[in-house]
Design a binder for this molecule. Structure first.
Ligand SMILES: [Zn+2]
Length: 254
């Protein structure tokens, strides 16, 4: 039975002379892998080669013997592809968001809110409040998206209480302790029990505990927040995200 959905392309690879294998994030059916036969032909039925970040309505046919579905239609819009081709910082942040999303989601496990958040994230990356703040805006959007991703997959860290004794912890303190293995904060009384805890400035933790603070934070602070988040994803995924260095280098460069 043919299935209709909305989708955005996370990854596209060449397959044979005329076809592609694509990883799509769909709104109602989660992540899927699909073969797009003839997608690379000059008169492709998909309106052109399928590109990363192209999006639109799709029709596909599930395969009983394989997780690889057959893509029949993809009415592609290239607006997000265009945005990414114009803004390098946005592109790097989009790639990191895509890598984390791809690694944390499972096939056929839908998260409609996350699909919407991802599309909105990519759109917002292309519309900084001003050219002067593009770098800071991109970093702030990336941080907010990563927190949404953690929340949606059930891995949101505890930022308001000690994971161990449940004591409330104010992000306004000068220094707080964060443990990747405990997935959140530990208080001064408990920190010795967590060998991997690290001291984090109240300024950095304030951005994580109250995302409204992100818009007023400096690039330097956001860089520290992002470094902590990347270290956290590295712990969760047992491997450092490959595209993380582009985001951190981009921010260090200026
Ligand atoms: Zn405690």
């Amino acid at each position: 039975m043919l299935i209709k959905d909305q989708a955005i392309c996370l990854r596209a690879m060449e397959y044979s002379e005329t076809s592609q294998i694509v990883t799509l994030l769909t709104r109602s059916h989660g992540r899927i892998q699909a073969i797009a036969k003839g997608a690379r032909r000059p008169k492709s039925s998909f309106g052109g080669t399928i590109e990363r970040f192209s999006r639109g309505h799709i029709v596909y046919l599930p395969n009983e013997n394989s997780s690889l579905v057959t893509l029949r239609e993809f009415h592609q819009m290239y607006d997000l592809v265009l945005i990414m081709s114009r803004h390098l910082e946005a592109y790097h942040c989009a790639l990191l968001g895509t890598e984390l999303l791809t690694k944390l989601m499972h096939d056929d496990d839908p998260h409609e809110a996350l699909f919407d958040a991802f599309v909105q994230y990519l759109q917002d990356l292309g519309h900084p409040t001003s050219p002067d703040t593009a770098r800071r805006d991109c970093l702030g959007l990336l941080i907010v998206f990563q927190l949404s991703l953690l929340r949606e997959v059930g891995l949101y860290p505890m930022f308001s209480r000690c994971l161990n004794c449940k004591a409330a912890i104010s992000p306004c303190q000068t220094v707080v302790f964060f443990s990747h293995s405990a997935n959140g904060l530990v208080c001064h009384d408990c920190e010795m029990s967590f060998p991997d805890r690290m001291a984090v400035s109240g300024e950095v933790m304030g951005c994580l505990a109250q995302i409204s603070r992100i818009s007023g934070a400096s690039v330097q602070t956001l860089l520290q927040v992002e470094t902590l988040i990347i270290d956290h994803f590295t712990y969760l995924l047992h491997t450092r995200p490959k595209t993380a260095k582009w985001v951190l280098d981009m921010t260090l460069a200026k």
